[in-house]
Design a binder for this molecule. Structure first.
Ligand code: GLY
Length: 288
């Protein structure tokens, strides 16, 4: 089976021209990190985690390093992932001092006792599993600090994620975010919620969503989008229908990426822009 991969860098306001080149190279690096795993016969799970880690480590995406700040001036991140073959999931919410939340979500999934850890308990779990710690100073970029000081609320693209199909036919999805600008401490968004921000079923499809987290949760967007592909329905159409459902019922702004078991894709958003990177008909495509 031919592998497939889509990564996204969030939906939101248009990327300022001065940041476009750097964001494009960040998305390209994330795609290549995941794609190299897939073409060497690696798993979709490893591919989505590696692609997401690459974007978490990039200062111009709202996840990990470069996360937006809470109203208290702190960083609290959410992440989740789902293996569509085993139906194993892992999620973390409102976690401080973690370098790569997606690796913490994976550790929760691998541990298997629970599927969702938040706050201090999740941080303790990260320490026990030797995951890289990061201080607030190490996670807060000058750019995000200045936005917070100026209370600059204009919605820039947020959240990162990936969906992958590996050569064994396994579909997996991962999503990670710093959340929404100026959120209350303790707020958890769609990115940590399986079925809202992330969902995968290897028999149907995989989805990672981005945008207004509260509305995405209300619409259970990722599960809705995947269910719309049931019976081999076209992912591009399923993505449009799912987004129309969200818009009609909540007026939320969002974007999502979809893959089906045949490697067909769907990418939609109702915001000004959405960063994505994927291969289509043998050609690499990257947009910011
Ligand atoms: N979609 C990211 C969030 O609302 O937290």
């Amino acid at each position: 089976m031919t592998p497939a991969l889509i990564v996204h860098g969030g939906a939101g306001a248009a990327t300022p021209p001065a940041l476009q080149t750097e964001r494009r190279s960040g998305l390209t690096a994330a795609f290549e990190a995941g794609w190299n795993i897939l073409v060497q016969g690696g798993t979709a799970l490893d591919a989505v985690v590696q692609a997401t880690v690459t974007l978490e480590d990039h200062p111009l995406f709202n996840a990990g390093l470069g996360s937006c700040l809470t109203e208290d001036g702190t960083v609290e991140v959410d992440a989740s992932l789902m293996d569509g073959t085993t139906f194993q999931t892992g999620a973390v919410g409102a976690v401080r001092n973690i370098k790569n939340a997606i690796q913490l979500a994976r550790a929760v999934m691998t541990d298997g006792r629970h599927v969702f850890l938040v706050g201090e308990g999740a941080e303790r779990f990260a320490r026990e599993h030797g995951l890289p710690h990061a201080t607030a100073d190490e996670l807060i970029t000058t750019r995000q600090y200045q936005r917070w000081q100026a209370q600059q609320t204009t919605g820039e693209p947020g959240t990162v994620g990936a969906v992958a199909l590996d050569s064994s036919g396994r579909l997996t999805a991962a999503t990670s975010t710093g959340g929404v600008f100026n959120k209350r401490s303790g707020r958890v968004g769609d990115t940590a919620i399986i079925g809202a921000g992330t969902y995968a079923d290897s028999a149907i499809g995989a989805c990672s969503a981005t945008g207004d987290g509260e509305d995405i949760i209300r619409a259970t967007l990722a599960r809705t989008a995947v269910e719309l592909m049931r019976g081999g329905k076209d992912p591009a159409q399923a993505a449009r229908t799912a987004l129309a459902h969200l818009t009609r019922r909540t007026r939320g702004e969002s974007g999502l990426i979809l893959l089906d078991p045949f490697g067909r894709s769907g990418v939609v958003y109702n915001t000004q822009s959405m960063g994505v990177a994927f291969r289509s008909e043998g050609r690499f495509v990257v947009r910011v």
